[in-house]
Design a protein around this ligand. Sequence first.
Ligand code: ATP
Length: 280
Amino acid sequence: MKSLTLKAPAKVNYLLDVIRRRPDGYHDLRMVMQRVNLCDEITIALTGTSQLSVSCGKDGVPDGPGNIAWKAARAMLDLSGSGMGVAISIVKNIPVAAGLGGGSSDAATVLMGMNELLELNLTDQRLMEIGVTLGADVPFFIFKKTALAEGIGEQLRAMPPLPAFWVLLVNPGVHVSTAWVYKNLRLTSREELARIPEFFRTTEDVCAMLSNDLESVTIPAFPVIADIKSAMMRMGAMGSMMSGSGPTVFGLFRDRESAEAAGSMLTGSTGWFSAVAETL
Ligand code: ATP
């Protein structure tokens, strides 16, 4: 039986503006989203039976129907109408509930992988339409380019080419609920949204754009996030910011060695998650 093994990358938010609360409970956002090569590994195998299984074996991530990858696979099997089944296994390298979009990326990868395995020939546009019903960040991972994302995150435009970075990711492991963050966010007046440059010539141009409205909620509650940001800057990062609703902090570095050195100095014996990745 056919099978595929694919990588599902994480993302960081270079920019995250919360524009307004919508009547449906979602928020209109403006984000610059960048993929990084810290990846989950997903194996999708067609099976002779009509059964669907997802196994992950990671604390905090459900196996089976609770897993967003399962929902993605269900949608594709229903569309195919072939009566086939798949067995999916996920090696989870991206920290969970960390602001790195791991679940959304897994779902996007399953949609793309099953499109190929089942020879459905759906366009990326169609996959993105299915993806947004699973999660607001799913379409971005099908888009596969650094993006300006608007609406709830599903309206995507390619950003102009950006300089590459080595990215240090540090997650102090505090529990941050995304729903709690949005509930406690006081929306600032958005008459004057910061302008996003049309061209990025230097790494400094990217660092000047770094901003995340959600830090105004998470940092007072979890000052460790601000501590990690300032430590990264002291250790040579060109810029540093919390990703998504946190708690992961990323730092942008010119080279791998300095990112790795900062990672080991910063995490020491804390037991925090730390990884160095490249922008994609
Ligand atoms: P975002 O940056 O989009 O807010 P996140 O990093 O905060 O994402 P995820 O790691 O995607 O959050 O997981 C959020 C929740 O989704 C977790 O509580 C987890 O139990 C559930 N979940 C379901 N499927 C998955 C999956 N494949 N990977 C990770 N989490 C999953």
